[in-house]
Design a protein around this ligand. Structure first.
Ligand SMILES: C[S@@+](CC[C@H](N)C(=O)[O-])C[C@H]1O[C@@H](n2cnc3c(N)ncnc32)[C@H](O)[C@@H]1O
Ligand SMILES: [Zn+2]
Length: 341
């Protein structure tokens, strides 16, 4: 942890300022802070810094589904290959953030996993606070040792340990629907963005009502979906029903067993015709394996429509700058700018 991070941190329980034990005894300490205690000035709760990462999840016990979701993602991201060549293009496409909005800005990666998109934002000149609740942060912490502008923080996005309105930009890619309450997580992260700051978020989608499905923005070249909207809608409903059935089983069994079951699913991912029945068709085996696991393992996986997301943006004081176009399966995503106070 760098000492500069302290000014934006706050107690995740009461919002109070934090003091750092090491800096109390050595106010000139300027190197990476590996181990110390942070304490809340208001409620006196204490939070450790371990392995260079401030561990700022609220100390209360969590629900079983939250604990298992956390465990699943730790398992997943510790086995993911690492940064890949297409990460930057995917990041820019999915966040819809113009690169100039990142250079020199303080940016929150809300649910960073192993940090593949934090690495992209850093490469575009941002200072990145990378938040996750899982063990995947070990990988981000390893990156941060050589990166003065990368700050891993272990936290629960439902109780973010930051002062309000401190980030120029926040993005959250495929994360908030994995919390216990997507709407509450959206509000909690939205509150951290400065007035006139940007917030980009995408969520897992659902078919929703036909009238909403029919107005979904499609990527170029998806004419056949537009021509067969009703059939596409039914297909998405069916896909979802099958996925719910599979997940009713896979979210209840031990994580190593789910991972083992993902191997046959991953082999199917290259079989013509059958590959579309799996949850990843990526050409790389390990990526397909992880993407299948990502779909079937975490207990929390909510699905939303763009209408919900647009309502949330308005309620939290954001004007929509762009809406994410997608393919057959809806993927509600927006880039919003926070209104002036
Ligand atoms: C599907 S992964 C996406 C990771 C990253 N955005 C990416 O695309 O590489 C979802 C991440 O959200 C994190 N997550 C889920 N619920 C969270 C919560 N309540 N607080 C913090 N992180 C959470 C998980 O640990 C996981 O790393
Ligand atoms: Zn406190």
């Amino acid at each position: 942890m760098k000492r500069s991070l302290l000014v934006i941190l706050a107690c995740p329980v009461c919002g109070g300022d934090l003091t750092c034990a090491l800096l109390e005894v050595d106010p000139r300490h300027d190197a990476e802070i590996e181990e110390t205690m942070l304490a809340c000035k208001l409620c006196a709760r204490e939070y450790p810094v371990v392995g260079g990462v401030p561990r700022l999840r609220p100390p209360n016990p969590v629900l079983r589904a939250t604990a298992k979701t956390r465990e699943a993602f730790g398992w997943e991201w510790l086995r993911y290959p690492g940064s890949l060549s297409g990460d930057k293009d995917i990041f820019l496409e999915e966040t819809m953030l113009p690169p100039r909005e990142l250079a020199g800005k303080l940016v929150l990666d809300a649910g960073c996993g192993m940090g593949r998109y934090s690495a992209v934002a850093l490469s575009l000149g941002a200072e990145v606070v990378a938040v996750d609740m899982s063990e995947s942060l070990e990988r981000v912490a390893a990156l941060a040792r050589d990166q003065p502008k990368l700050h891993p923080v272990e936290a629960d996005l439902l109780h973010p340990p930051f002062k309000k309105r401190v980030f120029d930009v926040a993005y959250s890619q495929g994360v908030l629907h994995h919390t216990a309450d997507t709407r509450a997580a959206f509000a909690a992260v939205a509150a951290l963005v400065k007035p006139r700051g940007l917030f980009s978020v995408w969520l897992y989608g659902k078919a929703g009502r036909y009238c909403d499905f029919a107005s979904n923005p499609l990527k170029p070249g998806r004419g056949w979906i537009a021509r067969h909207r009703r059939a596409a809608w039914v297909l998405v409903l069916l896909r979802h029903a099958v996925s719910d059935l599979v997940r009713a089983f896979t979210t209840r069994i031990p994580i190593p067993v789910v991972y083992a079951l993902c191997h046959p699913l991953t082999w199917l991912g290259v079989v013509p015709g059958l590959r579309w029945f799996t949850y990843s068709v990526d050409p790389r085996y390990q990526v397909r394996l992880i993407e299948n696991f990502d779909w079937i393992s975490p207990p929390y996986q909510w699905h939303h429509t763009k209408e919900e997301l647009l309502r949330w943006c308005a309620a939290e004081g954001f004007s929509v700058v762009r809406v994410l176009p997608h393919g057959l399966v809806p993927k509600p995503g927006v880039l919003g700018r926070k209104n002036s106070p």
